[in-house]
Design a protein around this ligand. Structure first.
Ligand SMILES: NC(=O)c1ccc[n+]([C@@H]2O[C@H](COP(=O)([O-])OP(=O)(O)OC[C@H]3O[C@@H](n4cnc5c(N)ncnc54)[C@H](OP(=O)(O)O)[C@@H]3O)[C@@H](O)[C@H]2O)c1
Length: 275
């Protein structure tokens, strides 16, 4: 699946991000995560999305190294957790993440959550890491319009990405519009609705008509909207299925049917509640 490596989006840092990445939240530390990363890289994925709070940075690093894929061909993301927010705390947490990953730099470092009272000083630390080129790109996660507006008013560097929960069932249209206006790439997390809508009749019908699976339809919807998608699985067959997205397209009718599914479905924490 050559396209997994070659289908990329240019970030405001100049880096190219592969549009499909392996998510590893709730991927157990140890063999399960190492195997998932190895399998994904063997299949052609070139992007892994972890976080300090996932507890598996060490295994992601081992998987990347054991894969034999050159470091500069794998896009590795990690994130700053809330307990590490603050300027100096963030710098220390970044060093600890790098140490666990066993890497000299990360491709993308994200502010995981728009923590009130801390997010702006945390962002200044990320800007420093970016200027030092230890984080090749920096971005935010779970930032909605009020959080982004505040940050854009103060930031020296515009975030390269905003990683948010995004599916046909939760479309965050205002946030996407603001990001588009500022050249911020959207990364869609929980793109499979964490399994909650894989049996939705519209998704199932599109999948049947195109001879694909419901998971592939949801991921393809994200790709055609220009998002990065981050499906998580620890199962080889599903990692393969979730990467087989480049030999079909959703026709305009399918896109319209999926676009009509908005229902405000938040499967994780809702950042709208964070002031
Ligand atoms: N920034 C944030 O705050 C944030 C929050 C949530 C997630 N994320 C990122 O986004 C990634 C993905 O989100 P997610 O893990 O919440 O959910 P997801 O990718 O929407 O769904 C994962 C679930 O679907 C199952 N699954 C995977 N492929 C499947 C397939 N083809 N058919 C049927 N079921 C399938 C997985 O089980 P198996 O593993 O058993 O296959 C798992 O239970 C995370 O791993 C993480 O990297 C970020």
């Amino acid at each position: 699946m050559q396209e997994l490596a070659s289908t990329t989006i240019r970030l405001n840092s100049g880096a190219s991000i592969p549009q499909v990445g392996l998510g590893v939240w709730q991927s157990p530390a140890g063999t399960a995560t190492r195997q998932a990363v190895l399998e994904a890289l063997r299949l052609g994925y070139r992007h892994v999305d972890t976080a300090r709070i996932y507890g598996n940075e060490r295994d992601v690093g081992i998987g990347v190294r054991d894969s034999g894929v050159p470091r500069d061909q794998v896009f590795v993301t990690t994130k700053l957790w809330n307990s590490d927010q603050g300027h100096d705390e963030a710098l220390r947490a970044f060093d600890a993440s790098l140490e666990r990953l066993g890497l000299e730099y990360v491709d993308l470092f994200l502010l995981h959550w728009p923590l009130a009272g801390k997010r702006l000083e945390s962002w200044r630390a990320l800007e420093r890491l970016y200027e030092e080129k230890r984080a090749r790109s920096i971005g935010v996660s779970n930032f909605l319009v009020p959080h982004l507006t505040e940050l854009l008013g103060k930031a020296k560097h515009v975030p390269a990405v905003n990683q948010i929960e995004l599916t046909p069932f939760l479309q965050r249209r205002e946030t996407r519009a603001l990001c588009r206006q500022h050249g911020i790439v959207i990364e869609a997390y929980s793109p499979l609705t964490r399994g909650k809508r894989l049996d939705h009749p519209v998704v199932v019908e599109v999948a049947r008509r195109l001879g694909r699976t419901a998971a592939q339809v949801l991921l393809r919807w994200g790709l055609q909207h220009g998002h990065v998608v981050l499906p998580k699985s620890t199962k080889s067959a599903r990692i393969a299925e979730n990467g087989a997205l480049f030999d079909f397209v959703l026709d305009p009718r399918a896109m319209e049917d999926l676009d009509a599914l908005e229902e405000g479905l938040v499967t994780g924490w809702d950042p709208a509640e964070q002031r």
